[in-house]
Structures are given as C-alpha cells and as structure tokens.
Design a protein around this ligand. Structure first.
Ligand code: KIV
Length: 257
C-alpha cells in the first residue's frame, strides 16, 4: 500500500521513525522508492542540482517537469512537492492555483510550503479544506535566505517560543506534517512532544519523528554539504573514476573489446 499522510501520523503514534529524502528525476526516485524510503520530496533544493546558488530561481514549471519524472519512479513512498518561492505567497488564489497544478499535473499527493505568518496559516487551512494535503516547514526556511541567511534558528528564548507557536499554529491549520530545519535539538524535542503530527528534522537533532536529507548530499554528489548533512557515499569520486577509466580505454583503443 502506498504511504499516505495519515500513515505518517499513525507511524508517529507507534513511534516508528520516518525516512525522507529528496529526488529530482526518475532514476533517483526509483532507487529511493525501491530502497524503502517513506517520503520522497521533490524539494526546491533541486535548484542547487540545476546549478543555482539558492532555491529562489526555480520556477513552478521546472518543479512540475521534474516532479512528473519523479512520479514515474515512485510506487510506494508518499510524494510531496515543494511550492517554489513566490508561487504561493502573493495570494490565496495564487497558492490554490499553484498547489492545484502540482497535484493535477504531477500526481504528487501533497505540497510543502514555508512559513507560518497569519496569511500563510490561512493559506494552509484553505488548501487543506480544498483537499490538498500540506506539509509545513519552519526554522531555517531557505526561501527567506536574504533575511535569515543559513544560520541556525531558534537560539534565543524569544525565537524558540515563536517557532514553537508557529508549529502549533500550522498543526491547527491542518498541516499533516512539519519540517523542522536547523534548530536546536531541545527545541525540536519540545515541538515533537507537543504536536500530534510528525516532525521531520533536518539539522534538528535525533528526537524528531523522522529525518530528511537532500539526496545529493547523502550520496556525495553536491560540491559542498551543510554541516548537519551526513555523506554516506562519494558519488562524485565514483563518477569521476568511471569517466577516467572509460577515457583511458577509449584513448588506448581497449573499449569496445
Ligand atoms: O528543498 C528541500 O530539499 C527541502 C528539504 C531541506 C526539507 O525543503
């Protein structure tokens, strides 16, 4: 049975940790899905895989193009697509239009969006009422890089209380899950204990209900990784070695045999 948003909530109740990773095309999605990943996110961090410095330049059409490819590789995992910068913040109508396009055109089951200010809470509630499952994202929100930088968030008591309140408000608005990015471990634990919906951490410590990482970091494809990522294999080196071996064999006329 494919994973659903409700399943993630049941897993939290059962204390089963949720595994989430990002994907940007069919091949990566197929590998992640077959390996048992619970949630596959077509994250706007894909902008970096496409050569951008930040997540801001990626467009809704680009997200949809890649999400369609990911969809073809996903059989079991819950598939979530990020709404990119300024495709949902302008108005409720814009958010509904963008999220609707994502679900209709890609076959994803849910969208993710960043922030928790009052208009965004209203947007989350209205999307959910319209039948669009929403994953929320607080703490370090990369679409606000020009305001927040890439620094850890929630370090002062005031900031920590604000993020806790935001998480609770997003749950109330109807989000089925929430990404906690780059916040202190004790704050993530507090939020995780207070919420009924699962928290998915990235740079938020071990107490979240699940963990997400950017796949290009996990497999060592990215040129550089954030401090909280873990590199499990070095695909840059593996690819470079394969290319060098191929080049030698072509130049020495050893391939094809
Ligand atoms: O875009 C992305 O990859 C994300 C993760 C960092 C959660 O939002």
């Amino acid at each position: 049975m494919p994973v659903t948003p409700q399943q993630l909530i049941r897993w939290k109740e059962q204390g089963r940790s949720i595994v989430a990773l990002t994907a940007w095309d069919y091949i990566i999605a197929q590998i992640l899905d077959a390996a048992g990943t619970d949630l596959i996110l077509v994250g706007d961090s894909m902008a970096v895989v496409l050569g951008h410095e930040t997540t801001l330049p990626i467009t809704l059409d680009e997200m949809i193009y890649h999400a369609k490819s990911v969809r073809r590789g996903v059989k079991q995992a819950l598939m979530v697509v990020d709404l990119p910068f300024l495709t949902y913040q302008e108005s409720l109508q814009q958010a509904m239009h963008s999220a609707g396009r994502v679900l209709k055109e890609t076959g994803a089951q849910a969208v993710k969006l960043e922030g928790a200010y009052p208009a965004m809470l209203e947007t989350v509630a209205r999307l959910v009422q319209a039948g669009i499952p929403v994953m929320a994202h607080v703490g370090l929100t990369p679409q606000s890089i020009h305001q927040l930088g890439l620094r850890q968030q929630g370090k002062t008591e005031e900031a920590s209380n604000r993020i806790l309140n935001e998480a609770q408000a997003l749950e109330q608005a109807g989000a089925f899950s929430i990404v906690l990015e780059h916040i202190p471990t004790d704050l993530a634990l507090k939020i995780t204990n207070k919420l009924r919906i699962p928290t998915i951490g990235i740079g938020a410590g071990v107490h979240c209900d699940g963990q997400v990482l950017v796949t290009s970091d996990v497999i060592g494809l990215s040129e550089k990784q954030p401090p909280f990522a873990k590199v499990y294999t070095n695909m840059r080196q593996a690819i470079a070695k394969a290319v060098q071996d191929f080049s030698v064999e072509v130049r020495e006329r050893k391939f094809p045999e």
